[in-house]
Design a protein around this ligand. Structure first.
Ligand SMILES: *Cc1c(COP(=O)(O)O)cnc(C)c1O
Length: 463
């Protein structure tokens, strides 16, 4: 058949959409949107035929249906975290507790009490929903929350140091990832950065020498995602707080991952909690809501009342304010911390980190048995010990002992299986290491095993 004859065999745009509709492949997507996809697929097919390629009509139906799903299905979906990284920024960091999820639903199914004073019907403040919880669990005088910690840092510097100097150690000028660099954030806030010390060693005298008439604030930044070892000297928060008091300058601590419990309970090295930082004398402590705190994306601003008030009243605060869904989730998350034992039982991040390694081994063994049955001769399956991570730019040095199911496909590359798992109805995100697909159980949530099995079954099922 010559080229022209084959081109004539292609269906029309209308015909292609009609076929999809007849077979129930539109999946609720309006014909208008489907028409755009069909046109693209047909253009592509014509192009291929003209350059000597193939374009079978049946393949066009499938290609259009696939394009329709890629374009218009909701792409922000639930996923299984089989990476062994608990706080995975690309997988949405902390999963919410049951209580936080319920609070989100409660706040959005209808109208809500977001900014109303129920006693007299006047306008209320959205911050009121969390301030008492925040001050109770941190010991701070005052507090509120903005969109994320990057916003909290920008706001604090703008409110307390706009146009003047912020003194910070060179060794703490971190990049958080996603191109969040401390020096750039400071520039946006309108504050001028004065770096003191060297990369590895900073002394109190370095800060003292840098404090001129333009100095507005002393900033300490938690080295969230890296560690300095060897010939190192740091100035403690305690020393900075004393210096700040002597010179009447506020001390702001960007704690990064806000933690409210003693991680020693989970056999992890002690992290300074928000309460520790407040108690040590920081005027403001800033941290994320969705890292170790285990709540929604948010930036917590807690500390002395006057410093908190200056942030809250700054015009930028309005542009960075937390939405009602996150506010509801944050309040419910903080409420669990009123009793730390309850927080360990209910906050998913803490439940994960607090689980004994022996339980991870049992989970991995059970999953391996199940996957071995599912795979049959298509892959060899075993259990391997792994070192999981807390992630999310927290505790960079800490290895969380965990276990993974190692899957070695017989007739495919492990990367191909990893891609197929990501394409599953509920995507499973795993890693490939040492020529095996590793499904780490560390960050899997209860019930995720079923989803993993379903995704693997889809790969091995004969086409
Ligand atoms: C993670 C982190 C941030 C950014 O927090 P987001 O909530 O992601 O905006 C800022 N500073 C430090 C030290 C961090 O670890």
């Amino acid at each position: 058949m010559d080229e022209h004859a084959r081109l004539r065999l292609l269906p029309s745009v209308e015909g292609l959409v009609g076929t999809l509709e007849a077979r129930g492949l539109l999946g609720g997507i309006p014909r208008r949107a489907a028409t755009l996809c069909a046109r693209e697929v047909l253009d592509d097919a014509r192009h291929r035929l003209r350059s000597g390629g193939e374009a079978a009509p049946e393949a066009l139906v499938e290609a259009t249906a696939a394009l329709l799903r890629r374009r218009f299905d909701l792409s922000l979906r639930r996923a299984v975290n089989a990476t062994g990284v608990v706080l995975h920024t690309n997988l949405g960091r902390a999963p919410l507790s049951d209580a936080a999820r319920a609070a989100v639903l409660e706040a959005c199914v209808g109208y809500s009490t977001l900014e109303i004073n129920l006693e007299d019907g006047s306008r209320g403040a959205r911050h009121a929903h969390i301030e008492r919880l925040l001050t109770t669990v941190t010991g701070a005088e005052a507090g509120f929350a903005v969109n994320n910690n990057a916003a909290a840092v920008t706001l604090a510097l703008a409110a307390l140091a706009g146009g003047r100097e912020v003194v910070v150690a060179r060794g703490e000028l971190v990049e958080i990832g996603g191109s969040f660099r401390m020096p750039d954030v400071m520039a946006q806030s309108g504050a001028r950065l004065v770096e003191v010390g060297t990369t590895n060693r900073t002394y109190l005298s370095d800060y003292e020498a840098a404090l001129g008439p333009q100095a507005a604030l002393l900033l300490k930044v938690h080295r969230s995602n890296f560690t300095l070892r060897g010939f190192v000297h740091d100035v403690s928060l305690q020393e900075l707080a004393t210096l700040g008091q002597r010179r009447s300058l506020p001390v702001v601590y960007d704690l990064g991952s806000g933690c409210l419990v003693d991680l020693g309970n989970a056999g992890l090295p002690a992290e300074p909690t928000i309460g520790d930082a407040v108690g040590t004398g920081a005027d403001l402590v800033l941290c994320s809501g969705d890292k170790l705190l285990g709540g929604p994306q948010a930036g917590l601003v807690v500390g002395r009342r006057d410093a908190v008030e200056r942030c809250r009243r700054h015009p930028l605060a309005r542009a960075m304010r937390l939405d009602k869904l996150s506010l509801a989730a944050l309040a419910a998350t903080l409420q669990a911390y009123l009793d730390p034992a309850r927080a360990w039982r209910e906050i998913p991040v803490l439940m994960t980190l607090g689980a004994p390694p022996a339980r991870r081994r049992r989970r991995a063994a059970a999953l391996a048995r199940a996957l071995s049955r599912t795979c049959g001769s298509a892959a060899s399956v075993s259990v391997v010990a792994t070192t999981g991570e807390v992630g999310g730019g927290s505790l960079p040095d800490v290895a969380v002992p965990s276990f993974a199911v190692a899957v070695r496909p017989e007739r495919a590359r492990p990367e191909q299986w990893a891609a197929r798992l990501r394409a599953a109805a509920v995507p499973v995100v795993a890693v490939v290491r040492d020529d095996a697909l590793l499904l780490d159980v560390l960050a899997m949530l209860p019930g995720d095993e079923r989803l993993v099995r379903a995704a693997v079954a889809d790969i091995v099922r004969p086409a």
